[in-house]
Write a protein that binds this ligand. Structure first.
Ligand SMILES: [Zn+2]
Length: 474
């Protein structure tokens, strides 16, 4: 938000215009209502997100039926119009069937177009600045995304339930959403499943009740969250609650089918708290009101930094828990990626570079292997290796998870550390997530900030490391 003089002038004009409307004879409409854009303008995912409004809160009430593996759900979205809207879009994809849709309690016309557009025309146009509520009731068996380049995301069935992992484009397979990281919102999840199944989501536990053989739990994420970081888990889990050493409430869960001993489940819980507290000493106060982690057998082969409660769905060997460096990676994302979110998907190295460099710092602190040693090993990669091909700060849609984004991202931060010195570097990595808390930022913002904090001209360094393809010279 920024109340520049130009914006204030525009607002004043808006007031004048609405005055004209009330005074003008019928038909002399001074306000023109136009459709919101069907995309948020991200070059990698042109259909993702939408324009014309700002989502503030999602309330997702979802009931799971193990017999059909399906859901019935009501998602209620509170939003504010950012233009005079004749209609607007949400992202919603796959086979779920809508049974009712209202805007401010009144039935609204809608149609589903393209791969993921849900186009909604309210009974009356929505004036710029108006707060409105969209309620969508729907049901069916959600179908996750299986992207040839980006892998599986969205709704992922497991043997005894399901897990929702949304990076980058999965959220719209489970709920109607403005599915781009630039439109963060708070969330409430109300999840119902038969007794005996555990239901988990992001945020703080906010109630649990049973009725007629079914149990409902409520979860509240009270800080802004990008849709790609929203998470739901349903299945048989062993759940632990407690607090980290610094007092942050923690909920961890391990999949009961994985043969994880009680001792290892406790280790996972304790290590989550221990490494998160250590990261808070590097990056500043932990940004969310609770933490934790979920270990699940889901056959997807990755871990994800779902906000406030990462999910480790690695296909671990039976009876094992994730390694500490992986915990550190996903927990570091809570500052880099979750609290501070990239403006465009092209900027994802700001997430992965920091999370990977946090692993290097973990090795440096806890195993004695210096970050310089890790850097040297990676730098020894031959110049014709694929590692050096993509441009780190613009890898291309299909390469947002390329090793360049992770490894060269971390190498860039290490070069930055060497260039500006430890003192300025560790000041910078604490200030950046503090100043940008809950916001979005770009690579250009980061470079400008690093220059400000260090007092050094850094264009050449970043040009070489994040804007140019090929192995950089030292
Ligand atoms: Zn990561």
């Amino acid at each position: 938000m920024n109340n520049s003089p130009r914006k204030v002038a525009a607002l004043a004009l808006g007031v004048a215009a609405s005055l004209v409307v009330t005074a003008a004879p019928a038909g002399a409409a001074a306000v023109r209502f136009t459709p919101g854009a069907p995309g948020a303008g991200d070059p990698y995912f042109p259909d993702m997100g939408n324009g014309g409004y700002d989502a503030a809160h999602y309330d997702i009430a979802l009931s799971y039926d193990p017999a059909s593996k399906g859901i019935s759900a009501v998602t209620t979205i509170k939003a504010r119009a950012t233009q005079h809207l004749s209609r607007f879009n949400l992202d919603f994809q796959g086979p779920l069937t809508i049974s009712a849709l209202t805007v401010d309690g009144k039935k609204a016309a809608y149609r589903r177009t393209g791969a993921q557009e849900l186009e909604i025309t309210p009974a009356k146009g929505l004036r710029k600045g108006t707060r409105f509520t969209v309620r969508v009731a729907y049901s069916g068996v959600p179908q996750g995304v299986d992207d040839p380049a980006l892998g599986r995301s969205g709704w992922i069935p497991t043997e005894d339930g399901a897990i929702m992992l949304n990076q980058p484009i999965g959220a719209a397979t489970v709920y109607p959403v403005n599915d781009h990281p630039t439109d963060k919102a708070t969330y409430t999840f109300t999840l119902t499943a038969p007794d005996g199944l555990t239901t988990l989501a992001n945020g703080d536990p906010a109630g649990r009740w049973s009725k007629g053989g079914r149990t409902t739990t409520r979860w509240v994420m009270n800080r802004p969250m990008a849709s790609e970081l929203s998470m739901i888990a349903i299945g048989k889990y062993a759940v632990r609650t407690g607090r980290t050493g610094r007092g942050v409430p923690s909920v961890t869960a391990t999949d009961s089918r994985m043969g994880i001993s009680e001792q290892l489940a406790k280790d996972f819980h304790d290590q989550t708290g221990q490494y998160q507290d250590w990261l808070a000493s590097l990056y500043g106060r932990y940004p969310f009101s609770s933490t934790g982690g979920i270990v699940v057998k889901a056959g997807v082969g990755y871990a994800l930094e779902t906000q406030g409660r990462p999910v480790y769905a690695l296909g671990h060997r039976p009876g094992t828990i994730p390694r500490p460096d992986l915990l550190v990676h996903e927990l570091a994302h809570q500052w880099f990626g979750d609290s501070v979110t990239p403006e465009r998907w092209a900027d994802i190295w700001l997430n992965e570079g920091f999370a990977t460099y946090s692993e290097w710092l973990y090795f440096e602190k806890f195993t004695g292997k210096s970050a310089q040693q890790t850097f040297d090993e990676l730098y020894a990669t031959p110049a014709d290796d694929d590692l050096w091909k993509p441009v780190t700060a613009d890898p291309g849609r299909d390469d947002i998870f390329h090793s360049t984004v992770y490894d060269r991202g971390a190498m860039t931060l290490h070069m930055l550390r060497r260039t500006i010195g430890d003192r300025a570097f560790f000041r910078l990595v604490k200030l950046w997530p503090t100043v940008n808390r809950y916001g979005t930022a770009s690579t250009a913002d980061f470079i400008a900030f690093a220059e400000k904090v260090s007092g050094k001209q850094l264009d050449d360094l970043f040009k070489k490391w994040v804007y140019t393809s090929g192995k950089p010279s030292l």
